[in-house]
Design a protein. Structure first.
Ligand SMILES: NC(=O)c1ccc[n+]([C@@H]2O[C@H](COP(=O)([O-])OP(=O)(O)OC[C@H]3O[C@@H](n4cnc5c(N)ncnc54)[C@H](O)[C@@H]3O)[C@@H](O)[C@H]2O)c1
Length: 267
């Protein structure tokens, strides 16, 4: 991909899953990458795998001071910042399990989810954009949203609202900084088979696969490739978008899966 070699990227939640795949792809395309994660051991293991082009940094997306320190340490180490992949989110079972509906949810779960998922991404932009502007050639921001930000669900009201906020934030940042050369886009992954989701109930996985238009579920590399593309000059005319990378999960009529599997007929 054009325009990535020699650039510097910061990836939050970079130690595992989608973030790790993005780190690997960006380095493969010639970037140097700061891997920001609350799990420092995992971030260090990935940095060791990637060599001198990678740096592991510990931070907590719930703590805005630590996000500032993350950005500052990236620039201190690599000398510049061109790309930000805002990706870390509160996806732990403990929190997601209590993220229910407006009647039952505890406000603390709402506040924590919004602090990590929405305010954390805002803070990433707040501290990264001034450094991107200093490069003189702008930069690119990519944010991981989710299909949950587009579609209603039976639980996870806070997670869904935070992901919708991210899409709106991406459009707004794109609008506010586009003329200064900074592009900003969101990605809505479908069900991506990261280690942390491997214990999803089998019936849920089966329904998701039946509703995916391609023969398989998503892989972290599917999102990593889109991140690199959106950062690259090949994506230079794409900004302010929320792009579904979901194997067609959100692109069909509600009866698709039943008809396709022979479980229902037109007449
Ligand atoms: N996997 C999917 O199917 C899927 C679908 C839609 C959206 N997403 C989104 O993709 C992003 C990445 O998730 P993933 O599936 O790769 O999960 P993952 O658990 O594999 O990776 C998440 C990473 O974020 C880190 N992290 C968690 N909380 C943090 C915090 N407070 N501060 C810093 N780092 C923190 C974790 O340590 C981990 O390394 C999230 O924004 C998630 O909402 C995932």
């Amino acid at each position: 991909m054009r325009g990535i070699a020699g650039k510097v990227a910061l990836v939050t939640g970079g130690a595992a899953g989608i973030g790790a795949a993005a780190c690997r792809r960006l380095v493969a395309e010639g970037a140097r990458v700061a891997i920001g994660d609350i799990d420092h051991d995992k971030a260090q293991a990935l940095a060791a795998e990637l060599g001198t082009d990678a740096l592991a940094l510990a931070f907590d997306a719930e703590d805005t001071d630590s996000i500032k320190a993350l950005v500052d340490s990236t620039v201190a180490h690599f000398g510049r910042l061109d790309f930000l992949f805002n990706n870390a989110a509160l996806v732990s079972r403990e929190v997601i399990g209590q993220d229910s509906n407006p009647v039952d949810i505890d406000f603390a779960i709402w506040d924590r989810t919004m602090a990590v998922n929405a305010r954390g991404y805002l803070a990433g932009c707040k501290y990264a954009i001034p450094h991107m502007l200093k490069t003189g050639s702008g930069g690119a921001i990519v944010m991981t949203a989710s299909g949950s930000g587009l579609l209603g669900d039976l639980s996870n009201i806070a997670y869904a609202a935070s992901k919708a906020a991210i899409m709106s934030m991406a459009r707004t940042v794109a609008t506010q900084y586009g003329k200064q050369g900074i592009r900003c886009n969101a990605i809505n992954p479908g069900l991506i088979q990261v280690e942390a989701r491997k214990n999803m109930p089998a019936p849920v996985v089966e329904i998701m696969l039946r509703n995916t238009l391609v023969p398989r579920l998503g892989l972290p590399e599917d999102i990593g490739g889109m991140v690199a593309f959106l950062c690259s000059d090949d994506g230079a005319f794409i900004t302010g978008q929320a792009i579904n990378v979901d194997g067609g999960l959100q692109s069909h009529m509600p009866y698709y899966a039943d008809f396709a599997s022979g479980g229902a007929k037109w007449s």
